[in-house]
Design a binder for this molecule. Sequence first.
Ligand code: ZN
Length: 154
Amino acid sequence: MQKDYNTLENIIRLPHKYAAGPIFTRFYDGLRAGKILGSTCPNCKKVLVPARSFCPQCHANLDEFVEVAQEGEVVSWAYSDKEFFGSPGKPPFITALIRLDGTGCNFLHLLGGDGLNTLENVQAKVKKGTRVKVVWNEDKIGRMLDIKYFEPVS
Ligand SMILES: [Zn+2]
């Protein structure tokens, strides 16, 4: 049967608000105050960051918040010179998994500073295990990007 219409692809931008829930509300409030909050699992004792409502390993309910270190080490990173819908900013940007000191999981955020503006510079300066520390945005509004990025510790 021959169709009498064409289908076209389109991207629809849909601004919306959502309830962050009590755990992420407290986590974001912590960011606004310049603190990174995690959750401590009462069973496996892991500190998970961002704070969350249950442990993904042992499924225990988590309701104990703890302020975590603002330094850690790079586990892996990816350099992007392309902007895409939902990208964290203008390219280039470097997303990274960071293991903050004393935590039991990786924290996904950005790397920046210290001349990290080309792939070659990032390759030269950032390795697995490179020590990094948080750099805060001057104006914090209670969002993940209150942390501007993590920069290598010199
Ligand atoms: Zn656990």
